[in-house]
Design a protein around this ligand. Structure first.
Ligand code: 13P
Length: 259
C-alpha cells in the first residue's frame, strides 16, 4: 500500500536568530543542500523580520523559505499581524500553521488554523499544517481522536484540489524541544492514521507529504525517515546548527526514492 514519496526537510527556527548568525547559517545550508539529490527538498521557516535577508541569501539555491504563521486576515487594522501575501512579497513559498506553540500560547483553535490554511493557499503558499497530541492525551489513549479532529477541521474547509496542496506535520507536543522523540514505530502508526484521513478526502490528497517533528536529530532522523509514511521532518532546535540540519537532510537523502 505504501508508496515512496520525495522527502522534505523544513527547519522551523522559531524565535531564534540574529542577522550575523543567520547569514552564516543560511549560507552553509544553501551550500550543503546543493549537494543533495534532486528528490530531497529543503526549506527554512524564519522569523518575519529576516525574510528579506533569507530571500537574498537563498535565492538561486535549492533551499526554499517561509514563515511560521500567517494572519487569518488578508489585510487591515490587525496590529502585529503578518498577512500571507506579505510573505509572498519576499518570495516565500511555505507557511507553518497551527504549530502547537501557537495553539498553546496564543489559544489558536483548529477552526482558526483552517482559516489560516486557506489564507496561505489563496496566495500560493504551501501551508504546513501541524497536528499533535499532548502527553496527557497520549496516555489517555486519545492520540488518534485528537490529531484526527485537528486535521479533519482543516480538511473540511478545503476542496479536494486545495487539500492536495497542503503538507501535514505530526508533532507530538511531548516530543517538541524535550530531546525525547517519538519512536519510529510510534510515529509511523500516527502517520499511517493521518494518511488514511487524507485519503478519505481524495486520491490526490493521500499523497500529501506528512512530516514528523519533535526532537529530530542526526542520530534518529534516518530511522524515522525510513518509515513508509514519514515523508521528512519539521526540525526545531537542530535546524539552528548547520551541520546538524544538513546531516538530517542527508538522512532524508539516504531514505529517499533514489537513496
Ligand atoms: P524540536 O526539533 O526542537 O523538538 O522542535 C520541533 C518543532 O516544534 C518543529 O516545528
Amino acid at each position: 500500500m505504501s508508496k515512496q514519496r520525495a522527502k522534505l526537510v523544513v527547519g522551523n527556527w522559531k524565535m531564534h536568530g540574529r542577522l550575523a548568525e543567520n547569514a552564516t547559517l543560511l549560507q552553509a545550508v544553501a551550500q550543503g543542500a546543493g549537494e543533495l539529490p534532486a528528490d530531497v527538498r529543503v526549506g527554512v521557516c524564519v522569523p518575519c523580520p529576516y525574510l528579506g535577508q533569507t530571500q537574498s541569501l537563498l535565492e538561486g539555491s535549492k533551499v526554499v523559505w517561509g514563515v511560521q504563521d500567517v494572519s487569518a486576515f488578508t489585510h487591515g487594522a490587525y496590529t502585529g499581524e503578518v498577512a500571507a501575501q506579505m510573505a509572498v512579497d519576499f518570495a516565500a513559498t511555505l507557511a507553518i500553521v497551527g504549530h502547537s506553540e501557537r495553539r498553546a500560547y496564543h489559544r489558536e483553535s483548529s477552526e482558526l488554523v483552517a482559516v489560516k490554511t486557506q489564507r496561505a493557499l489563496e496566495v500560493g503558499l504551501t501551508p504546513i499544517v501541524c497536528v499533535g497530541e499532548t502527553l496527557e492525551e497520549r496516555e489517555a489513549g486519545s492520540t488518534e481522536q485528537v490529531v484526527g479532529a485537528q486535521l479533519d477541521e482543516v480538511l473540511a474547509k478545503l476542496s479536494a484540489e486545495d487539500a492536495a496542496r497542503i503538507v501535514v506535520a505530526y508533532e507530538p507536543v511531548w516530543a517538541i524541544g524535550t530531546g525525547k522523540s517519538a519512536t519510529s514505530d510510534e510515529a509511523q502508526a500516527v502517520h499511517a492514521f493521518l494518511r488514511s484521513r487524507l485519503a478519505a478526502k481524495g486520491a490526490a490528497v493521500a499523497d500529501v507529504p506528512v512530516l514528523y517533528g519533535g526532537s529530530v536529530k542526526p542520530e534518529n532522523a534516518e530511522e524515522l525517515f525510513r518509515e513508509p509514511d514519514i515523508d521528512g521532518g519539521l526540525i526545531g532546535g537542530a535546524s539552528l546548527k548547520d551541520q546538524d540540519f544538513l546531516a538530517i537532510c542527508r538522512a532524508a537523502a539516504a531514505t529517499s526514492v533514489a537513496g
